[in-house]
Design a protein around this ligand. Structure first.
Ligand code: FES
Length: 157
């Protein structure tokens, strides 16, 4: 069963942290690294392991933008909402991506292919407006380029 497998993997992740202090964030990072997000089941196991309530852990997870509570798609699309991108039409890019994928920022397509998020600044302001798909950065974005890039991505699927 996948759940049992996950329990085993979780136990494996947690083992090196036994008896150590200040491990909440590193544990959450490792769990997310392994599963792509932190499920309710993982949360319960981590809570028991650390002796911290689930609601306290939930508070930590929601405080840090890096943690996800929902599974993400195969590809992560991030549209920059930083100032440089914003003044050069970043919100138009975001709207176009939302239209192309049929989801809003923060969501995942029903086929689990794409998740869409916005990001503060990816450090490529000279290329504004920008977006990132997985490890690839796309600069000087236009609404037309959104269709070309995501359309191609969909085809290669
Ligand atoms: S503001 Fe978008 S890359 Fe810096």
């Amino acid at each position: 069963m996948q759940t049992d497998l996950r329990q085993d993997e979780l136990a494996e992740i947690l083992a090196p942290f036994a008896g150590k202090k200040g491990t909440v964030i590193p544990i959450l990072q490792k769990v997310q690294e392994r599963f792509g997000y932190i499920s309710r089941e993982s949360l319960a196991v981590i809570s028991r392991f650390l002796g911290i309530s689930e609601s306290e852990l939930f508070g930590v997870i929601t405080f840090y933008a890096q943690f996800r509570l929902k599974p993400t798609g195969k590809h992560m699309v991030m549209v920059c909402r930083g100032t440089a991108c914003h003044v050069r039409g970043g919100s138009r890019i975001k709207t176009e991506v939302e239209k192309t994928l049929g989801i809003r920022a923060g969501d995942t397509t029903p086929d689990m292919e794409y998740s869409l998020e916005t990001i503060a600044c990816i450090g490529a302001c000279a290329l504004a407006p920008t977006m990132v798909i997985d490890k690839n950065t796309y600069g000087e974005m236009t609404t037309k380029k959104v269709g070309e890039i995501l359309g191609d991505g969909r085809k290669q699927g």
